[in-house]
Design a protein around this ligand. Structure first.
Ligand code: FAD
Length: 471
């Protein structure tokens, strides 16, 4: 018999549950990828995600070719394309790993029903989370809304498990008339992506390299180092995780094995890192149980929150990294240049947009969606609403990050600021943090003066919040 392995957000051969299951049946396997961006609406992938997807598919094609297989690429409506491939190949079964975004859940449910009705078996698996979003629940049988009890419940069930190996000895099937990768037109026409190529290596091998680098280096000091944007202090696995080039199980297994080799007295504590992966898991739990939150605030009271009217000129300055607040601008430029931004800086630019400028969080979420290589509906929704104060288990609205004191605390030498704001690079550190104190500096460097006064705009946000809450 013939089985179709439908690759989606699981662009890897190792620890791929659906692929391993398809191979175990002794069926001949047809590896297929269907590009169906329109089915993701309203969260069709952005430009940076497309860049990553192109290179990740290229890497998967190479991996498969090395095993004597050909990744069949097609595009169109998934069900229609699948039916066509089933007819041409005579496949009797389809295998895929599950997705959890609302649009994907609805589509996959329909496809499963339609294929089963025509006598084709559909087998679906979990490959990218430690636990399915519906498996963790409160004593009352409800979904969690607060992270700490959620994690307390989930953590004991997470054990170090060896990942599944890459299947070997598979009989592959090839179909004629697939599309070329170029035909999917995923790369930008205007080449703004040079910084991406210098920063990233999409694909399964790139993910393994990033993991190894993290184990050899940053994990030792992760709990403190993860807050310093100038350092390579985090794993930078987020885009690899998003595209399923690596699984949490693989990461856990590798860092556990690595740290076991270290002398017990100097063995790093891996819990803070696992906890961050736990936030990712929590984000998927929320996404699955509260799908409306991808477009609405989790906290329904925020439906009538007095956000300022949309201000395109302000939004543009924020997007371009020209707000006149160094840490905000450095972060926005890092994002534009590399498709990634350090987590602490993400919180600060988000706080600046939603509090100092009082723009609706969805404007920020949209911009991140288009520009992040790790744009992920679960994590992005959680991140924005956490900062804006309207999410599940969010920071309270009145917690407004001060971008100047944050920069002094987490980038005391100004290394990160100098990297992304070359026009200010030779300033002494005090002036670098607050260049507006020396108007001649602004004039000479062309760096803008602050678009808002950080203190005054904070007070305005707090008083808007107080009067809304009072009402
Ligand atoms: P590490 O510190 O090495 O963490 C390991 C992994 O844990 C990450 O790859 C990620 O999968 C997960 N993780 C870490 N922190 C968080 C978190 N706070 N919430 C959920 N998962 C987390 N992350 C995305 O993957 N995609 C997004 O679109 C996204 N948007 C965000 C928007 C805002 C406003 C904020 C504040 C955060 C956002 N995050 C997002 C979370 C976080 O910033 C990134 O996951 C992290 O910076 C990725 O870098 P890393 O892989 O080096 O992280």
């Amino acid at each position: 018999t013939i089985a179709i392995m439908l690759f989606r957000r699981d662009l890897r051969l190792t620890d791929n549950t659906a692929l391993a299951a398809a191979c175990k049946t002794n069926a001949r396997v047809l590896p297929l990828y269907i590009h169906a961006d329109h089915e993701e609406a309203p969260w069709n992938a952005g430009a940076a995600s497309h860049w990553w997807l192109h290179h990740s598919l290229e890497a998967l094609q190479r991996r498969l070719r090395g095993c004597g297989a050909n990744l069949h690429l097609l595009q169109g409506d998934t069900l229609h394309v699948l039916r066509n491939v089933i007819e041409r190949s005579g496949a009797a079964a389809v295998y895929w790993n599950r997705r959890y975004e609302p649009a994907a859940v609805t589509r996959d449910t329909q496809i499963k029903a339609a294929l089963r009705e025509q006598g084709v078996a559909v087998h679906t698996y979990s490959a990218n989370l430690w636990s399915e979003p519906w498996q963790v629940e409160t004593k009352q049988g409800e979904p969690y809304r607060v992270f700490t009890p959620y994690w307390r419940n989930l953590r004991p069930s997470i054990t170090v498990t060896p990942p599944l190996l890459e299947p070997i000895g598979i009989k592959w099937v090839e179909l004629p008339a697939g599309l070329t990768l170029a035909a999917l037109k995923l790369l930008p026409r205007i080449r703004w992506d040079e910084g991406f190529g210098d920063t990233w290596r999409p694909g399964e091998a790139g993910a393994q390299d990033a993991l190894e680098l993290f184990c050899d280096d940053a994990i030792v000091d992760y709990a403190a180092g993860r807050d310093l944007p100038a350092r390579h202090g985090t794993s930078r696995l987020s885009p690899h995780l998003h595209f399923g080039e690596i699984s949490p199980r693989q990461i856990h297994h590798a860092i556990h094995r690595h740290t076991q080799r270290v002398d017990t007295r100097r063995r790093p504590d891996i819990e803070p890192y696992l906890r961050e992966l736990g936030w990712r898991e929590f984000a998927y739990h929320l996404l699955y149980h509260f799908p409306r939150t991808t477009t609405e605030s989790f906290n329904p009271r925020f439906a009538n929150f007095p956000w300022a009217p949309t201000n395109d000129a302000q939004l543009m300055r924020w997007q371009q990294g020209r707000t006149g607040i160094p840490l905000v601008d450095a972060g926005m430029r890092e994002l534009w240049h590399t498709g990634w931004m350090h987590n602490r800086v993400r919180m600060i630019v988000a706080s600046f947009l939603t509090k100092n400028l009082r723009q609706h969080w969805s404007h920020g979420a949209r911009w991140f969606w288009d520009t992040l290589v790790d744009a992920d509906l679960a994590n992005n929704t959680l991140g924005w609403q956490w900062v804006a104060g309207c999410g599940a288990d969010a920071a309270p609205y009145f917690r407004v990050f001060n971008p100047v004191s944050q920069a002094r605390k987490f980038d005391p030498e100004g290394t990160y600021l100098r990297r992304w704001l070359p026009e200010l690079a030779d300033l002494p550190v005090d002036l670098l943090h607050e260049p507006w104190h020396e108007p001649s500096v602004l004039k000479r460097s062309g760096y803008p003066s602050p678009m808002v006064d950080v203190r005054a705009s904070r007070e305005e946000a707090l008083s808007a919040f107080q009067s809304w809450r009072g009402a």
